[in-house]
Design a protein around this ligand. Structure first.
Ligand SMILES: [Zn+2]
Ligand SMILES: [Zn+2]
Ligand SMILES: [Zn+2]
Length: 130
């Protein structure tokens, strides 16, 4: 096992741990700032690279904010959707049986297979509303 591999694995572990503790969707810049605050000397480009790897592996969730900025969160491994506060990023993992059934039925009715879907609900959380 090379030195580089060990280091990048450790970096990814730190990123996942921090994302889990933040418990909301954050941008790469926000995550980078939080890592620096925690004493890490990790560079922003390394954060981007690790986030890309983790996203590709399905270890973290990614969504796109209205302005196109990617946001990341450490989520539960089961299929779920998000209820997202557009002000503070607070996130609730939700299940949506109706969406699962509907997306399956409508896709198959049109002859589609290997179907995936993305459904996020965005709004203002109780704390931000008051
Ligand atoms: Zn998620
Ligand atoms: Zn909020
Ligand atoms: Zn779904």
């Amino acid at each position: 096992m090379s030195e580089g591999f060990t280091r990048s694995t450790k970096q990814r572990t730190i990123i996942i741990d921090l994302l889990a503790r933040l418990n909301r969707f954050v941008s790469a810049q926000e995550l980078h700032a939080a890592l620096r605050q925690a004493g890490s000397t990790i560079g922003l480009s390394t954060v981007y690279r690790n986030l890309a790897t983790l996203t590709k592996a399905g270890d973290i969730d990614i969504i796109l904010r209205e302005d196109g900025e990617a946001l990341y969160r450490s989520c539960s491994p089961q299929h779920h959707h998000h209820l997202l506060c557009k002000s503070c990023g607070t996130t609730v993992e939700i299940t949506a049986e109706l969406v699962e059934a509907w997306s399956h039925d409508i896709a198959h009715a049109h002859g589609f297979s290997d179907v995936q879907h993305t459904v996020e609900i965005v709004g203002l959380c109780r704390a931000c509303r008051s």
